[in-house]
Design a protein around this ligand. Structure first.
Ligand SMILES: CC(C)(COP(=O)(O)OP(=O)(O)OC[C@H]1O[C@@H](n2cnc3c(N)ncnc32)[C@H](O)[C@@H]1OP(=O)(O)O)[C@@H](O)C(=O)NCCC(=O)NCCS
Length: 174
């Protein structure tokens, strides 16, 4: 059964919850640049500005109104029809289809308001759960990119998954 998942824009008040979720030492394939609650607050304090400049669109993922994770899209600043999505879910809520549902919701918003036609996922080859999320959402594995992911001070090759999105207007798909 599809879980009751919704998304809303991130807010500064989400900092503590995000910091708690992301401080999980098992999240080894998710490059996090935030190392303190203050950093997380600083990150969230510019989220609206980044959204308004069409740089990054970040959302909190809610399950029955409780924050269980985050998902965002970075817009390619040279080709704004391309976006890269990233996501994380509180470990306590893993395996319930929440990331897959959130990615589905966000893909629709990307195709609509954000005018994105190609959505990418960059995934560490050993991040089996995230690869599964990509596959379940109809992304195609397009190749292995060399040194595409930086985790602390090490550079890793990473898989690229892509999906073509169709902009839907009142007149139909474009
Ligand atoms: C990746 C992540 C977001 C997935 O969240 P989730 O809500 O558990 O995802 P879903 O429940 O939608 O799907 C996960 C799928 O992976 C599968 N899975 C999970 N761990 C697995 C493993 N070690 N081996 C094989 N499959 C695995 C689950 O069974 C499920 O597939 P299924 O529906 O066919 O059973 C979560 O693991 C996470 O937050 N990881 C840390 C952050 C991260 O790596 N983010 C992605 C960066 S690209």
């Amino acid at each position: 059964m599809t879980p009751q998942v919704s998304v809303r824009y991130q807010q500064i008040g989400d900092a503590q919850r995000f910091f708690g979720i992301l401080s999980n030492p098992k999240f080894i394939y998710f490059p996090v640049t935030v190392s303190s609650l203050e950093d997380e607050m600083a990150y969230l304090s510019i989220t609206e500005e980044k959204r308004k400049s069409n740089f990054e669109h970040n959302f909190s993922i809610l399950l029955h109104n409780i924050i269980v994770g985050g998902i965002g899209i970075k817009v390619n600043q040279h080709d704004t029809f391309i976006g890269e999505a990233g996501y994380f879910i509180d470990e306590q809520y893993h395996g319930r289809g929440i990331a897959s549902r959130a990615l589905d919701i966000i893909s629709e918003r990307a195709a609509g308001d954000m005018n994105i036609r190609r959505l990418e996922l960059i995934i560490h080859p050993e991040n089996t759960a995230s690869i599964r999320v990509a596959e379940k959402n109809g992304f195609s594995r397009e190749g292995l990119l060399q040194k595409r992911m930086r985790i602390e001070d090490t550079y890793h090759d990473a898989l690229i998954f892509g999906k073509s999105l169709h902009h839907v207007t009142a007149g139909g798909a474009l």
